[in-house]
Ligand binder design. Structure first.
Ligand code: ARG
Length: 548
């Protein structure tokens, strides 16, 4: 807990007058006490032997909460905190605003999801959505003023192709029955045909130009497809329990894109080819990139330049986060580089990159085309959750359990790592899973609800109780770390470990049947667990349940 670490740092400084920070104080367990300081860290500064420095510190440090101080190994100083002091401080900390997590302020934009028009979201988007949603929740929690943005891919030659395909082999009736599936069919069909018919690309470009020039039919169809796609996606978001503060799209930044390209050209950052196209050269650093084609159409990257400028300069966001798969790492390196060269402020602009989500071969096949849709993934999780729930009455929880399980399975893995999905692990009620968090949380709630008494730290803590208390005390710092590194996995893993401790505590330490002092003390731990786990699950976007 920061409180103790800060005081220990002050204590060390009083003894030695050296440069030590909270980060130098380590958490420790068991016979190594509660916190440790390796005197090796200041040995060269003090020009002494670590073991001797440690001894001197042990003798001279004077803090009211210290039970004892010991020296171990080559120069570790182990601090033991008085238990009742630790318990009181924990209670106090967790009842503060943000449960003792240090406040940060600023305006943060979290862009995530950003699917393309006319394509259903696939399982990779599931990972994106839950990551982005959780990161927004985390930033909100610590005090940022956040805006989540869905910047949809709604511009470019592909929509010319789609309008053409719709006119040639589409059907209004099919579109009305299931717009997204029909558009996706057309997309697949057009690309198949393009392989043998090289005139098709030309057609696509022609219609893209018509959309760009806002010609009636082309523009109307493009708009229709755009809106139908948004409606379709909204259904998926609703089921995931995710919403956006604003919806934008590539088509909303076209004017600004032209201006920014002009600006780059004038500044000599962007170069012009004899054929009229615009490009940027990065020398050996990265591959060069085209920003405008010779036919005058601008590219995805050029729109991002204009958009970044708008968010930073016009809207004044301190943080501008892009949650986008690692396939686009180069895209964002190029984007940030170009902006820097142009003198656009890129402070607080980050690409939050993440790995793939894969299903084990054969664990799911898609309805059509070659992608597994988000909706199919959710259907399957819910169906599996239903089978796991024995009581007829509680089957109503299947949605929350199924979706919670999927969210957890995506969030418990470090962003950069690929995930291979194993349905049995995802839906287990036993450990390291979404249902396990929900189950532990409801178990705690039901204990709290069975009594009118309030918990209170009284009497001596048993070893089990003390390790439970210590795990709870790590919550605030863990959250600070998780937010700093934009890593929900830290929260997920912490919660899973915390639930494990709670469950052994639950089996070893009866709460309601214990004598009054013991009962109140244990009840207090259960109450704190309930609030920490509810808050933590909330940050992952996983629903708490009343009963399970
Ligand atoms: N629509 C893009 C795609 O599906 C993702 C957009 C990411 N955001 C951005 N500002 N480039 O690949």
């Amino acid at each position: 807990m920061k409180y103790f670490k800060n005081k220990i740092v002050k204590g060390i400084n009083e003894v030695f007058n050296v440069n030590v920070s909270v980060k130098d104080i380590e958490d420790s367990e068991g016979d190594r006490g509660d916190f440790a300081f390796p005197a090796m860290k200041i040995a060269s500064e003090l020009d002494g032997k670590p073991r001797e420095i440690a001894e001197k510190l042990r003798k001279n440090i004077d803090l009211d909460f210290l039970e004892k101080v010991e020296v171990a190994g080559p120069g570790f100083v182990n601090f033991f905190i008085k238990e009742e002091f630790f318990a009181r401080k924990l209670d106090e900390t967790l009842s503060k605003d943000r449960m003792g997590v240090k406040k940060k302020t600023g305006k943060a934009l979290v862009e995530f999801s950003s699917p393309n028009v006319a394509k259903p979201m696939h399982i990779g988007h599931f990972r994106n959505n839950v990551l982005g949603d959780s990161i927004q929740r985390m930033l909100n929690f610590i005090g940022y003023d956040t805006v989540s943005e869905n910047y949809i891919g709604d511009w470019g030659t592909q929509y010319g192709k789609l309008v053409y395909a719709f006119k040639e082999y589409g059907s209004l009736k099919k579109f009305e029955q299931n717009s997204m599936e029909h558009l996706y069919e057309l997309y697949v069909e057009f690309h198949e045909k393009m392989e043998t018919d090289d005139k098709l690309l030309e057609k696509g470009r022609e219609w893209a130009n018509r959309i760009e020039n806002k010609e009636e039919e082309a523009y109307r169809l493009w708009k229709l497809f755009r809106e139908a796609s948004i409606d379709y996606h909204k259904n998926d978001y609703n089921r995931m329990g995710i919403s956006f503060d604003r919806w934008t799209g590539e088509s909303k930044i076209l004017e600004e894109t032209k201006e920014v390209l002009e600006e780059g050209l004038n500044k000599g950052i962007i170069n012009k080819d004899p054929d009229g196209s615009l490009f940027v050269d990065f020398g050996d650093e990265m591959p060069a990139t085209v920003l405008k084609k010779s036919d005058g159409t601008t590219l995805y990257l050029s729109r991002d330049i204009a958009n970044l400028k708008k968010r930073k300069e016009d809207e004044g966001f301190d943080l501008n986060l892009y949650v986008v798969a690692s396939e686009q790492d180069l895209h964002f390196q190029q984007l940030f580089k170009i902006c820097e060269r142009m003198g656009i402020d890129t402070d607080g602009c980050e690409h939050i990159s993440y790995g793939l989500l894969n299903l084990k071969d054969g664990s799911m096949s898609s309805r059509s085309g070659n992608i597994v849709r988000i909706s199919e993934l959710m259907d399957k999780a819910i169906e599996k959750a239903k089978k796991r729930i024995d009581s007829q009455e509680l089957k109503k929880n299947a949605d929350k359990i199924g979706i919670g399980a999927l969210k957890y399975a995506n969030l418990c893995v470090t962003k950069q790592k690929d995930i291979v999905f194993n349905w049995d692990d995802v839906l287990t009620f036993e450990g390291d899973s979404g249902p396990y968090l929900q189950y532990s949380n409801t178990r705690a709630k039901s204990i709290v609800q069975k009594t009118d008494l309030k918990g209170e730290f009284k009497g001596d803590l048993s070893e089990m109780e003390y390790s439970f208390l210590k795990k709870l005390s790590k919550f605030p710092e863990m959250i600070e770390n998780a937010v700093e590194s934009r890593e929900p996995a830290k929260i997920a893993n912490y919660l899973s470990e915390l639930c494990e401790i709670f469950n052994s505590f639950y089996h070893k330490c009866p709460v309601l049947k214990a004598d009054e002092t013991t009962m109140k003390r244990r009840l207090k731990l259960v109450e704190l667990f309930e609030s920490v786990s509810s808050e933590g699950m909330g940050l992952l976007g996983i629903d708490c349940l009343e009963e399970m």
